[in-house]
Design a protein around this ligand. Sequence first.
Ligand SMILES: *Cc1c(COP(=O)(O)O)cnc(C)c1O
Length: 355
Amino acid sequence: MSRAFNFSAGPAMLPEAVMRKAQAEMLNWNDTGMSVMEMSHRSKEYMEMAKHAEQTLREIMGIPDNYKVLFTHGGASLQFSAIPLNLSQPNDVVDYFDTGVWSHKAIKEAQRYVNVNVVCENHHRIPDSSEWSLSSNAKYVHYTPNETISGVEFMKPPKVDVPLVADMSSTILSRPIDVSQFGVIYAGAQKNIGPAGLAIVIVREDLLGEARDNTPVLMNWQVTAENDSMYNTPPTYAWYLAGLVFDWIKEQGGVEAMAKHNQTKASKLYAAIDANPFYSNPVEPSQRSWMNVPFTLKDSSLDSLFLEESKKAGLLNLKGHKVVGGMRASIYNAMPEEGVEALIAFMNDFAQRYG
Ligand SMILES: *Cc1c(COP(=O)(O)O)cnc(C)c1O
């Protein structure tokens, strides 16, 4: 099979140009005679590359100078524990939005460390602000801007008076954002950044230094920041690939260009779903995710045939998450518009034959 369009929710498709560059540099990076994978993270060459990756991310996201950028282990999920350990004490109250599977997991973990007030709970739509119960004394507010599984998205951040903590795993770099509205932004890499195992944490400096005494040292953001994310050996190759992805985004015209590209793809796909009674998407149109598009077939007994035929057509990993069922097309930055067009053509043809 030639290279296919991979609609996986994560680990997800990476830009082909990035993969080709990594391939060309695999055995001998920058004339060092070795792969990045085989190189000391303390070497001059590696440190320069790592710094460049951070600088490029700062540039494309417009990260202000009073924020630290951390390259950490453990994906987004380790941050579910790190957040309460770095930002609260056991008797504090923290606010969490419960809008889907991922925010719910973040809550479950935080509850082991701190008193969690659930601001609102709905896994199908984001409740209106009139339905939120924010506490008056929260140390921070946590939310998940894009719920990867249900395909529901906050189109703008909630307005709150305390540090806002956002799990941007499945939406980071998909469009411009104003970083200064957030206390902490974090994301697992395997959707819009690079290979799994790496997470990025962007934290406002004044929030550092308050970690609990018993915080594991590798989860302590201040320690990570003081050591330029090299307290121990970082996920070196993932960091390198992330840097190539940041360069690629910059070359494409930055996050503004990504936003245009993503909005075009998403609106084409939703329009195709809405236009064909054979398919449906349950999400309120104003909250539909640009990145993850779940949809169901009118007759679910055709699901396995749909998956079998789409795979043969080079459209991979369209099976929906078991919580939602049906299908899900994840269309992150690296998914070309032709991939979405090929999916739409396949869907229309399938509906014609079986509808
Ligand atoms: C994928 C995802 C996670 C989990 O990321 P890991 O790196 O596997 O821990 C968490 N939150 C959101 C919103 C996700 O999409």
